[in-house]
Structure formats: C-alpha cells, structure tokens
Ligand binder design. Structure first.
Ligand code: DAH
Length: 337
C-alpha cells in the first residue's frame, strides 16, 4: 500500500505540471485531494494496516499531501501570470530595441511642389494661391482667349455653370494677382488644375506652378536667366536647356522649355521619343492685351510668365512612366519617396 501511495503521489505531481489552466488544476485537486479523492481514499485505509506500519504510512501520506497542495498553488500562480501577457514572463530582454512605429511622409507631388517653390523663393518670388473654381474671365477671357477659342472646348473644360469653370490652368493667377497689385510683381502660384482627360500622361486633376514677373524693362533675357537657373537647381547644373518657339494666347513671343533627356542623356530613347529632349514648361513675354485687361499700361511695363506641370516634373525626376500612379494611393508606390 505504501508503494501505491507513492505512485499516486508521483502521478498527481505529473498531472499538475501538465495542467493548462486553472479549471484543469481544480479538477486535479478534486481527483486527488477531494473528499472521494484518490489520496483521501488511500489514507482512509490506514486502519487496515498492521499497527507497526501505520505511523510511517501516515507520515508519508501527509508529506505527499503537502507536496501536492504546494504544487497546485504554484501552478495556479504561474498560470495566472502567463494570462497577463508576455511582459511579466521572465525572459523578456528589455534592452532590445523596440518596434519602430511607421512614420508618414509627404506625397511625392507635394514634395516636388515644395522643392520647385523653394528655388523660386530663393530668387525673391512670393508664393500666392487662388481659387480652383473660377470665372470664365480669369481662366480664358482676360488671358486673351476669346469665346470661340479652342481651349474652351467642352472636351477640355469642366463647366460648373456657363461662366464658371474648374480652372484648366494656374494662369488664372496672373490675372488675379495683377488686378489686385500694382507692378512690380514677382510671384509663383501653385495649385490644382482640371481637364477632361485621362490616360497614362493625363489625369482629370493635376498640379501646376505658375510664375509671373512684371516690371519696367523685363526682357526675354530675364525669362531665360530665371528658367535656366531653375532647371540647373532642380535637376542638375549639367543638364542642357533649350527654348523652342511656341504659341500661347497670353504670351508673345512664347517658348517651351526643353531639357536634355534625363533618361538617355540626349542620345534618344523611348521616354524622349528619340528626340533627346523633354518638354518641361511653357513660357513667354506677357501679351500686351493681358496687361490692358488688368488695367496695366503695356507701354509702361513688360513681363514674363511661365507654367509647369508638377506631376510631369516629378515623373521626369524619378523616372515614373504612368501619371495615374500618383493617385492610385498604392502604399508600395508611395513609400518609395
Ligand atoms: N497655362 C499653360 C498650360 O497650362 C502653361 C503656360 C504657358 C503658362 C505659357 C504660362 C505661359 O504662364 O507663359 O499649358
């Protein structure tokens, strides 16, 4: 019977060590130490032993009982600790570096816009912003685009009302700033523009930066100096720049500015359509009709203006071939900037 007692004790200890939770421990307490528990029943049989064996048996039984009670209490405490989570479990190395929370950053279009503006601000230009919903006057009429001008075609322009449009370009800012301020003027105006267009190089909403400098004796040489300096600061001092004659209703003469292809270095590739050049902006000397429309005297002042697409410049800078990626909000794309 003494052997049976010891075996029962061993089995009970093993069961307690393997218990997974408090409920299981309670079951074990009942099974071994309860009123009809295995150990309890063995103890009741002490009387059936020969008298000289009884004290040793009783002593051993009490020791085993105490051991089991202690083991149950300890198992209970350690299971309760584990339930609170790993922080209180021994073995956590608190000197290891923590998990870094992910930080957001500015959208690549915003980053590009700010980089462009910073260069012009260093040249003394002031940043101004004007409405995205505009009167026909600011978007077309005052910019020397009469009512039958093709740029007003319903294909291109979002109309809110007959005389109210979503601005198709930031050139509206030229009129807005000049009608409110006497010359001299030196501003850059960033913002959204809208056109009914959607493919790999056009989105219905895009961003532009407009520039305007007006004073006495501003010449095409000033235009060239400012824009060449801008290109060299934004892209690199080695990039070739050329001015190609063009037409815009609100400038005369007009020029588009090309830079040597940043992908192939001028040799000709798919991005520059084998020409070696990439167009980056439109510019020109402010048309005298525009000055008249804002109440300036074209015999007193001259000026130049320019406008560039921010997404287009960002695409060239980073070699992105689909404009729509800026607006898909795919984090795998955005996290690269
Ligand atoms: N507004 C023109 C466009 O959206 C760009 C432009 C061309 C702006 C010539 C100018 C300029 O200020 O002088 O395509």
């Amino acid at each position: 019977m003494l052997e049976e007692l010891k075996a029962t004790g061993e089995a009970a200890l093993a069961d307690i060590a393997a218990a997974a939770d408090g409920a299981e421990l309670e079951q074990l307490r009942v099974r071994y130490l309860g009123r009809k528990g295995e150990l309890t029943l063995l103890l009741r049989r002490t009387g059936s032993l020969p008298a000289e064996e009884r004290p040793a048996f009783g002593q051993t039984a009490n020791q085993i009982k105490k051991k089991l009670e202690a083991a149950l209490a300890q198992a209970e405490a350690s299971l309760a600790g584990r339930a609170q989570g790993p922080a209180v479990t021994a073995g956590v190395d608190v000197t290891l570096p923590g998990i870094k929370p992910r930080r957001g950053h500015l959208h690549p279009v915003t980053q590009t816009e700010r980089a462009i503006l910073a260069i012009f601000e260093r040249m003394g230009f002031t940043v101004v912003e004007y409405p995205e919903v505009e009167l026909d006057w600011y978007c077309f009429e005052a910019l020397n685009m009469p009512p039958d001008h093709p740029a007003r075609d319903m294909q291109d322009t979002f109309y809110v009302e007959e005389q109210v449009v979503l601005r198709t370009h930031t050139s509206t800012s030229q009129i807005r700033v000049m009608e409110n301020t006497p010359p001299p003027i030196r501003v850059v105006a960033p913002g959204k523009a809208f056109r009914r267009d959607s493919d790999a190089t056009h989105t219905p909403m895009f961003h532009q930066v407009e520039g305007l400098m007006v004073s006495e004796d501003i010449s095409f040489a000033h235009l060239k100096g400012v824009l060449i300096d801008f290109v060299h600061q934004f892209f690199s001092p080695e990039v070739p720049v050329r001015f190609r004659p063009s037409f815009f209703p609100f400038t005369e003469p007009s020029a588009e500015v090309d830079i040597g292809c940043v992908v192939c270095g001028g040799g000709g590739c798919r991005v520059c359509s084998q020409t070696g050049w990439l167009e980056i902006l439109g510019s020109g000397m402010v048309d005298p009709n525009v000055f008249i429309n804002v109440g300036y005297d074209p015999d007193e002042v001259t000026g130049f203006a320019f406008g560039m697409g921010i997404e287009r410049i960002a695409m060239l800078k980073w070699g992105i071939n689909d404009l729509r990626m800026f607006y898909d909000n795919d984090l795998r794309f955005l996290r690269q900037f």
